[in-house]
Design a protein around this ligand. Sequence first.
Ligand code: CDP
Ligand code: CDP
Length: 223
Amino acid sequence: MNIAIDGPAGAGKSTVAKKVAGALEYVYIDTGSMYRALAWAVHHHALPIENEAAVSQLLQDNVIHLRRVQGEQHVYWNDTDVTAWIRTSEVSQFASIVASYGAVREQMLVLQRNLATQGNVVMDGRDIGTHVLPDADVKIFLTASIRERAERRWKELREKGLDPDLSEMEKDIAERDQRDMNREVAPLRQAEDAVLVDTTGMTIDQVVDRILEICERTGESRQ
Ligand code: CDP
Ligand code: CDP
């Protein structure tokens, strides 16, 4: 079985997808980290972000790959592990800009489909159910109120000893959501055959249980 999990920032996709993959002994694939790695490289090389052709060429000339390191998925730009550098607010905004470029998405689509050919993957992103794995056996669209999503990200940073501004974070997330939903190529939207799970007020474990239940039902209906 392949499982596609899509939704906006802070909906809980990666946290939940990792746990679902762990419970089913599937491979977890974080497609957002691939757009983030490219965004990091654009920033690192001081490439003009608005130059779609140059950004797309940069991706073509380099290699992004995912590797498991001590049980965690790490993302590499050629031989450099960039995992620790891709979660800043600047890289997040850059990621959603490079993700709006058709020539970039075409290359990512090929890379991501190749990663899923092994089967038994849980893949999360924005266009997995609609474009990358349109034949996925289970499709979930995770969401939550914008306030709760911003608060989750805010808490995450507070736990790291930082003192972020909650309303700034909410603004950042809203801006990224707008760009992701309104781009021309593979915009963020719920696939027609996806199950909507609104996680507002739900704990991580409640969401994981709900998704495992959906997977179990799908598995049973196939037998
Ligand atoms: O991948 P995505 O942006 O959708 O979200 P995430 O990074 O998995 O989750 C953002 C934060 O929300 C993490 O700190 C999770 O622990 C937390 N979370 C939560 O508090 N309750 C949930 N039901 C899901 C996630
Ligand atoms: O963790 P969070 O939900 O904040 O973001 P992410 O999943 O790491 O994705 C970062 C950005 O990459 C998103 O804002 C999207 O613009 C883009 N993305 C995409 O367009 N398609 C995907 N399949 C995954 C990510």
